[in-house]
Write a protein that binds this ligand. Structure first.
Ligand SMILES: [Zn+2]
Length: 871
C-alpha cells in the first residue's frame, strides 16, 4: 500500500518524455516463490542531446538485484515513491534492470499475478511498473521481445505478445519460449502468460490473403467452453475488414481465459487476456445475454488492435479516443449481426441507468477528464459509453461515406502514433469540411444537456414551429456551460403515424432528416402543414441529452403505437410507464391510468413486432430511472409504486402471460440467433409476470421449465420466475438442486451466488452466509461482484432501512481496499447518490462513507472516490 499523499495529475501539465524507449528486451524467469525480471531498454534522448536530464522510471515494489547503463553497473541511484532516478551520460544508451517481484501474493491483479494455476498480467493502465522499471506512459511506444523461462510441469504453455520465435528445454525441468512483437506499443499493452492451459485452434485468412493462426487458451476445467468465442473472433475479424477496412497484422492472435481478472478483458497486442466470465460459454452454462456480451467483448478487444493499439492514446486523458471509438465500433458490429433497434434501446437504457446518474452526481467528469489522482477510477461509463455517443453523433453529422473516409484518414495518418481526441475529430473536420471546434465541447464539458422543446401550430398559416432550448446543469468544477452541437434526427407524423413531407426554412438537411442545434435557443419553422403534426424527435437517440417535451396523451399514444422509429416508439412507451410510476410515487394517482392499458394491449396485440422488441416494450423503467427523475427519493414510495404497476400488469394480463409463455416454449436445440434470443426473452418475461400474478399454474410451469431446460437461458427463465413467487421452500429446493448439479462449474457458481444476492427479501445476514460458503472467495473479483454486486443492485435489500446494508458495504469496501483497491473503488459508487435520498437514508449513507474515509492506509483509488463523493 502506498502511504504518501496522492498526487493529482493534470492534462494541462502534459510534457513529452525526456527519453524515448526504442526497444524493450525482457527475460522473465518464473520460480515457485518469486519471479526475476531482466529488462534491457534501448533508449534515446528526446530533445537536445547535449543536455541530459535525469532519467526517472516508474517502478512499484521492485526488489533491485542490479542496474546498469551499457553494461556498466549503476551504484548511484534513488528509488523512492515508486520512482527510480538515475543519470544517463549518453544521449543513446541501454538501461538494464534485474529485479524480483512476487506474483503469488499480488492480490491487486495488476502487473504479474497468479490466477488459479497460471500466472498472467494486467498492465492497463499502470500495471507494467509492477513488473519492471519503465517509462510507464502510453506515448512511449517500443518494440518488445520477451523470453519466458519456467518449470515445464506447472507451466507447459509460455505466451507473450507478437509472433513466436523459439522455444526449447533448459536444465532442471525448466523450459523457455521467446516472442517478438515488431509493432511499437505502449507498455500497457504488454502481456505474458504461463500456465497449464488447453488450447483450441482455428485459422483465418485475411482479405489480402494472409493466413492467421487463432488460438484460445483456458485452464483444463474450462477447455470445453471456448468454441463460441473463437467463432465470434472470426466474425469480428471479417466485419472489421468489411466495415472499417482494417486487417489483422501479426501471424497469430491469441485469447487466454483467466478466472481472476479485475475487468472484462484486455486488448494486449496479439494476446488478449479475458475474464473467464467474458469469454467462456456453452448453451448449457451461459444464457443469451452472456452470449451476447461475450460476442461483443471479443469484438471490442479485437477492434482495439486498430483503435487503441496501432493508433493509441498520447496520455490517459485521451482514454475515450480508444474506448469511446471502440465501444461505438462494437455496438455497430452487434447491430449488424443482430437486431439494430433492440441493441440501440438496450445501449441507451444502460446509458440512462448508469451514465446519466454519474453526470448528475458528485463524480461527474468530462469524457476527456482534466485531472485525476488514480487513472483506474476513470474507466467510467462517461469515458466509455458517453464517449461512444460522441462518435455516433460524428457519424450522424457526417453521413456514412464521409464518416468511413474520416476513419480511414485517422488510421492512416496516425498509424504507429500516440494521439489525442482532437486529432480524431480533426480528421472528421477535414473530410467533411465542417468546423468541429464547437463540437469538441462534448469532450470537455461534463453533465447531461437538457433540451426543452416547445411547439406552436398556426392553422391559418398552416405553419408549425419547433423551438429547442438547450442548457446544461452545473457539475463539480464547471459552473459555466456553453451550448453544444446537438444533432436531432426527426420526423413529423400525421394522425396515422405516417411521416409528412417537410418544407422547412431552417438549418435542416432533408436527406438525412437531421436538425443541428448550435445555439442556446433554436427555432425551426415548417410550412404547408394542413393539420398539426406530432413530432418524433431525437430518433435513435441521436444525442445523449435529456429531452423535456410536454406531449399530450393523444400524441404520446400515437408515438407509442405508430412511430415507425422503433427507438422512439420505445421512448414513448417508457414515458407512459415512467409518468405513471412518478405519479404513484408522489401519491398523485388512485388508479393506474387507462393510457397504460391501452399501450400495453396494443403491444401485446401487435403481431408485426419482433419478440425481442415486444419484450423491451413490456419492461418497466428501472429504479435508477425513477430516482433520476425525482428530486428527493423516498425509497419506500419508489418500491411501492414500482411493485404496484408491476402487479397491475401481471394480474390484468394474466391470461396473456400464460398464453405467451406456453406458445413460446420450444424443445428445439439451442441456437444463438436474434429471433431465438427474442423468443426466449419474451417467454422469460411472460413467465415472470405470470408467476407474479399469483397463478399457481404459472409457478408450476416455471419450475417445469427449470427442470426440463436444455440450456441456461430457459433454466434461468424458470428459476428467476420462481424467485419472484412467495414460495420460499420451492426456491430453496431449486437453489439446492442448482448447486448440487453445477458446483464444479465456476460460471454457474457465480450465477448461483448472484441469483441469491439479488433475490427478494434477502438481507445482510443472508449475504454473510453466502460469503461464508465454500463457493465464495474474497480475493476473486467475479465472486465478489456476484455477491456484493448482486446485493447492492438489489434496490429493496440494499436500501432496507431496517437492515444494515450501508454499514455492511462500508466494511466490505475497507476489507477489499487491503486486497484489491480497484475492485474496492468500484463499490464506492453504490453511495454515489446519497444526497438524493430523504434525510434518514441520506444521513446513514453519509456516515457509512465517512467510516471508509476514516480508515488508515486507504488506496488512492478508494480515497479519491470517497473524497469526491462526500463533498
Ligand atoms: Zn476497450
Amino acid at each position: 500500500m502506498r502511504t504518501e499523499t496522492p498526487v493529482t495529475i493534470r492534462l494541462k501539465d502534459y510534457q513529452p518524455p525526456a527519453y524515448w524507449i526504442k526497444n524493450c528486451a525482457l527475460i522473465i524467469r518464473i520460480f515457485a516463490n518469486y519471479t526475476e525480471v531482466d529488462s534491457t531498454l534501448t533508449m534515446v534522448r528526446n530533445g537536445d542531446p547535449s543536455e541530459l536530464p535525469a532519467l526517472v522510471l516508474d517502478g512499484v515494489e521492485q526488489l533491485i538485484q542490479s542496474l546498469s547503463f551499457d553494461g556498466e553497473a549503476i551504484t548511484d541511484y534513488d528509488y523512492q515513491h515508486d520512482r527510480l532516478t538515475v543519470q544517463p551520460t549518453q544521449a543513446e544508451f541501454t538501461f538494464n534492470a534485474v529485479t524480483h517481484i512476487f506474483p503469488n501474493t499480488n492480490t491487486s491483479l495488476e502487473g504479474l499475478y497468479k490466477s488459479g494455476t497460471m500466472v498472467c498480467t494486467q498492465c492497463e493502465a499502470e500495471g507494467f511498473r509492477k513488473i519492471t522499471f519503465y517509462l510507464d506512459r502510453p506515448d512511449v511506444m517500443a518494440t518488445f521481445s520477451t523470453r519466458i523461462e519456467a518449470d515445464q510441469a506447472p507451466f507447459p504453455i509460455l505466451l507473450a505478445n507478437g509472433n513466436p520465435t523459439a522455444s526449447g528445454e533448459l536444465e532442471q525441468g525448466r523450459h523457455f519460449a521467446t516472442w517478438d512483437d515488431p509493432f511499437a506499443k505502449p507498455a500497457y499493452l504488454f502481456a505474458t502468460v504461463a500456465g497449464d492451459l488447453v488450447r483450441r485452434d482455428d485459422a483465418f485468412t485475411t482479405a489480402s490473403g494472409r493466413d492467421i493462426s487463432l488460438r484460445i487458451f483456458a485452464e483444463p476445467h474450462n477447455a470445453h467452453k471456448t468454441e463460441f468465442a473463437l467463432t465470434a473472433l472470426k466474425k469480428s475479424m471479417r466485419w472489421d475488414e468489411e466495415r472499417f477496412g482494417r486487417e489483422y497484422d501479426l501471424d497469430i492472435f491469441m485469447i487466454v481465459a483467466s478466472d481472476f481478472f479485475n475487468m472484462g478483458a484486455m486488448e494486449n497486442k496479439g494476446l488478449n487476456i479475458f475474464n473467464s466470465a467474458a469469454v467462456l460459454a456453452t448453451p448449457e452454462t451461459a444464457s443469451d445475454d452472456r452470449f451476447e456480451r461475450i460476442e461483443g467483448i471479443v469484438a471490442h478487444e479485437y477492434f482495439h488492435n486498430w483503435s487503441g493499439n496501432r493508433v493509441t492514446c498520447r496520455d490517459w486523458f485521451q482514454l475515450s479516443l480508444k474506448e469511446g471509438f471502440t465501444v461505438y465500433r462494437d455496438a455497430e458490429f452487434t447491430s449488424d449481426l443482430h437486431d439494430r433497434a433492440v441493441k440501440r434501446i438496450k445501449d441507451v437504457l444502460f446509458l440512462k441507468n448508469h451514465q446519466f446518474p454519474q453526470d448528475g452526481g458528485p463524480n461527474a467528469h468530462p469524457v476527456q477528464p482534466q485531472e485525476y489522482i488514480e487513472i483506474n477510477n476513470f474507466y467510467t461509463v462517461t469515458v466509455y459509453e458517453k464517449g461512444a455517443e460522441i462518435v455516433g453523433m460524428l457519424h450522424t453529422l457526417l453521413g456514412d461515406r464521409p464518416f468511413r473516409q474520416a476513419c480511414d484518414l485517422y488510421f492512416e495518418r496516425f498509424d504507429g502514433m500516440a494521439v489525442t481526441t482532437d486529432d480524431f475529430v480533426d480528421c472528421m473536420a477535414q473530410i467533411s469540411g465542417q468546423d468541429f471546434s464547437q463540437f469538441k465541447r462534448w469532450y470537455t464539458q461534463a453533465g447531461t444537456p437538457i433540451v426543452e422543446i416547445h411547439e406552436d401550430y398556426d392553422a391559418n398559416l398552416a405553419r408549425y414551429r419547433l423551438s429547442f432550448t438547450q442548457s446544461c446543469p452545473a457539475t463539480p468544477g464547471q459552473s459555466d456551460k456553453q451550448p453544444l452541437v446537438i444533432p436531432v434526427k426527426m420526423a413529423l407524423l400525421d394522425s396515422t403515424g405516417q411521416a409528412l413531407p417537410i418544407d422547412c426554412d431552417g438549418d435542416y438537411n432533408a436527406d438525412t432528416q437531421v436538425l443541428t442545434l448550435t445555439e442556446a435557443v433554436t427555432t425551426v419553422t415548417f410550412q404547408h402543414l394542413a393539420s398539426q403534426p406530432t413530432p418524433s424527435l431525437f430518433r435513435d437517440f441521436s444525442a445523449p441529452v435529456r429531452v423535456r417535451q410536454a406531449l399530450s396523451d393523444p400524441a404520446l399514444l400515437l408515438l407509442a403505437q405508430h412511430d415507425d422509429n422503433a427507438f422512439n416508439r420505445f421512448e414513448a412507451v417508457q414515458q407512459v410507464y415512467l409518468d405513471t410510476l412518478l405519479k404513484l410515487t408522489r401519491g398523485e394517482l388512485d388508479a393506474i391510468p387507462a393510457l397504460v392499458d391501452t399501450v400495453v394491449l396494443s403491444i401485446l396485440s401487435d403481431t408485426r413486432l419482433s419478440h425481442a422488441l415486444q419484450a423491451v416494450l413490456l419492461s418497466l423503467p428501472s429504479y435508477q430511472q425513477m430516482m433520476d427523475n425525482l428530486d428527493t427519493v423516498d425509497a419506500e414510495a419508489v418500491i411501492v409504486a414500482r411493485d404496484r404497476l408491476k402487479l397491475h400488469l401481471a394480474q390484468t394480463y394474466q391470461s396473456h402471460w400464460a398464453t405467451l409463455s406456453q406458445t413460446l416454449t420450444s424443445a428445439d436445440d439451442y441456437v444463438f440467433t436474434a429471433d431465438e434470443v427474442g423468443r426466449r426473452e419474451l417467454q422469460g418475461l411472460a413467465l415472470y409476470y405470470w408467476v407474479l400474478s399469483g397463478d399457481k399454474f404459472g409457478l408450476n410451469s416455471a419450475e417445469a421449465l427449470y427442470r426440463a431446460a436444455q440450456n441456461q437461458t430457459d433454466r434461468l427463465n424458470g428459476l428467476k420466475a420462481v424467485m419472484a413467487s412467495p414460495d420460499r421452500d420451492r426456491q430453496q429446493r431449486l437453489l439446492v438442486h442448482f448447486y448440487r448439479h453445477w458446483h464444479q462449474d465456476t460460471q454457474m457458481v457465480e450465477t448461483w451466488l448472484a441469483l441469491q444476492a439479488g433475490a427478494e427479501g434477502v438481507g445482510v445476514t443472508d449475504i454473510l452466509l453466502l460469503m461464508a460458503h465454500d463457493a465464495f472467495d474474497f480475493t476473486n473479483p467475479n465472486k465478489v461482484r456476484s455477491v456484493l454486486g448482486g446485493f447492492t443492485q438489489n434496490f429493496k435489500a440494499f436500501h432496507d432501512i431496517q437492515g444494515d446494508g450501508y454499514n455492511f458495504m462500508s466494511e466490505q469496501i475497507v476489507a477489499l481496499n487491503a486486497i484489491n483497491p480497484q475492485v474496492a473503488a468500484r463499490f464506492v459508487g453504490v453511495f454515489e447518490r446519497w444526497r438524493k435520498f430523504a434525510p434518514e437514508r441520506s444521513a446513514a449513507m453519509h456516515s457509512a462513507l465517512t467510516a471508509v474515509l476514516e480508515t488508515e492506509s486507504l488506496s488512492p483509488d478508494v480515497l479519491e472516490l470517497v473524497q469526491k463523493t462526500l463533498v
